[in-house]
Ligand binder design. Structure first.
Ligand SMILES: NC(=O)c1ccc[n+]([C@@H]2O[C@H](COP(=O)([O-])OP(=O)(O)OC[C@H]3O[C@@H](n4cnc5c(N)ncnc54)[C@H](OP(=O)(O)O)[C@@H]3O)[C@@H](O)[C@H]2O)c1
Length: 319
């Protein structure tokens, strides 16, 4: 009997070990690229996936620009990234992606003070209701319009420094997203509801914007030395659900503990897209678990991505 129990426990431990180390942990970025002399911007890096990404890139010798919205959290992140990476080539510059003025001011300061840009990582993201200071739906504004404007303002510098890359942190949630152009035109938002289901839908819609933006950007960058990629980081233990109702957080906590990757594991697909040699022919594609993936037709639809680009240009004052 005791032998049987031991066997069952042994099998359970073995299954848990394999599940955690193979299924949950996922693949690692295998690139050994060093980045001395290169400059990288990572948005939203005071916590979560962005912080782990910034530490790794600084360890590889890059000059890392921490683009965070909060001065206080940004300064704390600056100290931590410097300490963890052992690099002093780390700089904090304030950038609130929910404010077109702040994005423009960040880009102006960056272009004035930094001669290079080799990799732009649009990592920051939010799950939250409300409006940005420009009257855009919060998730549409922060998850899509802010990074759209930032990328466009920095594109010339990326072209000058090519080969260079833009990496957009998307999500598998984009699979259930859709773009309601009537709602965008009328309300400058992807949707109007505030229920849990509606919020999940709007978040997914904003992540579909990330995939479509990457698809259209790759087409517009053809003939340059700039390439771009979008990715799903996996399900990661971070602060992304911090604005959900307490009951949702209570349900998420145990799930996160057993099933979610930690932020270092969550940064691997971002690092793969930023660093892996030979990805250039895959510009515009979507990755997950450090592997290029097929997407549904809606995430690479030429007409939708062009229409989204044009409305985004209007909404952020580029057109
Ligand atoms: N965690 C997951 O399971 C998961 C899955 C799929 C995709 N993703 C994507 O991964 C990315 C990183 O998220 P995470 O999981 O690391 O979440 P997180 O821990 O909440 O980190 C998000 C980062 O974005 C920043 N941010 C939020 N609003 C901003 C704004 N207006 N301007 C500038 N920065 C802003 C946050 O800064 P503050 O601290 O100041 O708010 C924070 O640094 C997001 O794009 C998210 O959609 C995450």
């Amino acid at each position: 009997m005791s032998c049987c129990c031991l066997l069952v426990v042994g099998v359970l431990v073995g299954v848990a070990y394999v599940f955690h180390n193979v299924v949950v942990k996922g693949k690692q970025c295998t690139s050994r690229a060093k980045l001395h002399g290169k400059t990288v911007i990572v948005t939203g890096n005071n916590t979560g996936i962005g912080k782990s990404t910034a530490i790794d890139l600084a360890q590889r010798g890059a000059r890392v620009i921490l683009a965070c919205r909060s001065k206080q959290r940004g300064q704390a992140a600056l100290e931590e990234v410097k300490r963890e990476s052992g690099s002093n080539q780390v700089v904090f510059m304030q950038c609130d992606l929910g404010s077109l003025k702040s994005v423009r001011s960040f880009a102006e300061t960056f272009l004035k003070t930094e001669p290079r840009l080799d990799i732009l990582i649009n990592n920051a993201g939010i799950y939250m209701e409300g409006r940005t200071e420009d009257g855009l739906g919060m998730m549409f504004g922060v998850n899509h319009i802010g990074p759209f404007l930032l990328t466009n303002l920095l594109l010339e510098r990326l072209k000058e420094c090519g080969p260079s890359r833009v990496v957009n942190v998307c999500s598998s949630a984009h699979n259930v997203g859709h773009i309601d152009f009537d709602c965008l035109n009328k309300h400058k938002a992807l949707g109007l509801g505030t229920s849990f289901r509606e919020m999940c839908q709007i978040y997914s819609d904003s992540k579909l914007c990330n995939a479509l933006f990457t698809h259209e950007l790759a087409k517009r960058l053809q003939g340059t030395k700039v390439t771009c990629y979008s990715l799903h980081p996996g399900a990661i233990k971070t602060e992304l659900t911090r604005n959900t109702k307490p009951v949702v957080q209570m349900i998420m906590k145990p799930m996160m503990f057993f099933l979610f990757k930690n932020p270092v594991q969550g940064a691997q697909s971002t690092l793969h897209c930023a660093l892996q040699e030979g990805l250039e022919p895959l510009s515009g594609r979507y990755f997950s678990n450090c592997t290029v993936r097929q997407v549904y037709a809606k995430a690479k639809d030429d007409a939708t991505s062009k229409k989204l680009w044009e409305i985004s240009e209007r909404l952020c004052g580029l057109a």
